[in-house]
Design a binder for this molecule. Structure first.
Ligand code: HEC
Length: 120
């Protein structure tokens, strides 16, 4: 067992070394899949209230990203916001239900959250 574990760690180090060599942050594996994010946002009707850069019934994704800029817990807060249904106040004053996106798994939601936060 041990040699397998060692080589796993060595491989991990190698991947990070390669990532650093190419000027990337080790978090490069978390790159956003933009097509998947926008497809999920469309499927969830998010654009009915949100636009990327204009205020509609809801704040734009740019405004949301700006609000959370530099906050380490941003991803966790938005994951929670999108994991269930809740009442929100829309711009015209009414209350509407904030439905979660129709994702197959939390990874898809995480990708959508990262896409939103990438608009800062
Ligand atoms: C009925 C209109 C409506 C729809 C549809 C909608 N939202 Fe929202 N959303 C809002 C409103 C209004 C707010 C602002 C709530 C607040 O700040 O209290 C909001 C806030 C947010 C926020 C920021 C929360 C925060 O903590 O600042 C995110 C992220 C978000 N929505 C994502 C989405 C996604 C993704 C979808 C699609 C699955 C979606 N919304 C669909 C109205 C909507």
């Amino acid at each position: 067992m041990k040699p397998v574990l060692d080589s796993g760690i060595a491989l991990h180090k190698l991947i990070i070394a390669i990532a650093l060599t190419f000027g990337l942050n080790p978090s490069f594996a978390q790159a956003v899949n933009e097509d998947a994010a926008t497809a999920l946002a469309k499927a969830g009707n998010c654009f009915r209230c949100h636009s990327v850069d204009k205020a509609k019934k809801a704040p734009s994704y740019k405004r949301i990203a700006a609000k959370y800029k530099g906050k380490a817990e941003a991803e966790a807060i938005l994951m929670k916001h999108l994991s269930g249904s809740q009442k929100v106040k829309v711009e015209d004053g009414g209350d509407e239900e904030h439905e979660p996106p129709p994702a197959k798994n939390p990874e898809e939601v995480k990708n959508l959250v990262r896409w939103i936060l990438s608009w800062e």
